[in-house]
Design a protein around this ligand. Structure first.
Ligand code: KIV
Length: 282
């Protein structure tokens, strides 16, 4: 989305006037303007992505993998995500910050879901929450939205259910297409302002995008969605392991840091660092 096309101001306008709002997502879909999102888990990355003009920052429970080093997102708790989300909010002047509700914080029903969403809104300053599940999570979405909190849905592959789904498996293929459509419509009818579709074939994702009036955000759901979201450590090459097929890697931060750390060690061992310009005089 170029600055001229941006319905919510450019990088130099008054920060108070230029925060991306959920209504801008709707306007972007109506005008065919693509929406961009990245995950972020800290102040510094949030500041950089915000400066770049990324429209929304998701403090994903993918922090379980990228920040905390778990194999899945399942162990992530609200208490662990709250300080990360607050840090991202402090770094984002323009981007809409979305707090991801972790496994175990909303499945017990609408009351639990609303209590969790309220915690994120009050304790972090996030402007919206996200939760996984279509038809099964519709009552939770409805309750949160009725309380005035914007909700982003998440359907297709939902990592919190990876054991139930039988692993990292593409969703919406064959007979799964009907379920995906039902999930998408349930999320829209419950009042979500946008819906993430993760690891879904492009064809069915395009059909969902055409049928829904709210924007669809792709995480491996192809080019016909209204926006694209990536986990930043995958996208920037910070993740040293395998990255999914749908990720385009835009940088190699991991290699840069490895090289820097090796040079630092060599310089310290050889006495090149610290040099006179790094010393304080008497
Ligand atoms: O936790 C996360 O980062 C996510 C996105 C991949 C959609 O849920």
């Amino acid at each position: 989305m170029s600055d001229i096309e941006r319905p919510y101001g450019s990088a130099d306008s008054d920060p108070a006037l230029k925060r991306v709002r959920t209504r801008h997502f709707q306007r972007a879909k109506e005008n065919g303007i693509k929406i961009t999102g990245l995950t972020s888990y800290d102040f510094l990355s949030a500041s950089i992505f915000d400066e770049a003009g990324i429209d929304f920052l998701l403090v994903g429970d993918s922090a379980g993998n990228t920040v905390f080093g778990f194999d899945t997102t399942i162990p992530v708790t609200v208490d662990r995500l709250i300080p990360l989300t607050a840090a991202v909010v402090r770094g984002a002047r323009r981007a809409l910050v979305i707090a991801d509700m972790p496994f175990g914080s909303y499945e017990n029903g609408p009351d639990e879901a609303l209590a969790t969403a309220i915690r994120f809104m009050k304790e972090t300053g996030a402007q919206a929450v996200k939760l996984e599940g279509g038809v099964r999570s519709a009552p939770q979405i409805m309750r949160i939205v009725q309380a005035g909190i914007p909700v982003m849905g998440h359907i297709g592959f939902t990592p919190q259910s990876e054991h139930g789904l039988g692993g990292h498996i593409i969703q919406g293929r064959g007979e799964g297409a009907e379920q995906l459509l039902a999930d998408a419509h349930a999320v829209e009818e419950a009042g979500a302002f946008a819906v993430v579709m993760e690891m879904v074939p492009s064809g069915i994702a395009g059909k969902v995008t055409a049928e829904l009036s709210i924007p669809t955000i792709s995480v491996g759901a192809g080019p016909e969605c209204d926006g694209q979201l990536l986990v930043w450590s995958d996208w920037a090459g910070f993740n040293r392991g395998r990255i999914p097929r749908f990720v385009k890697q835009y940088a190699d931060i991991g290699a840069t840091l490895l090289d820097a750390a090796q040079q630092f060690q060599a310089d310290v061992e050889s006495g090149v660092y610290p040099a006179p310009e790094h010393e304080y005089g008497d």
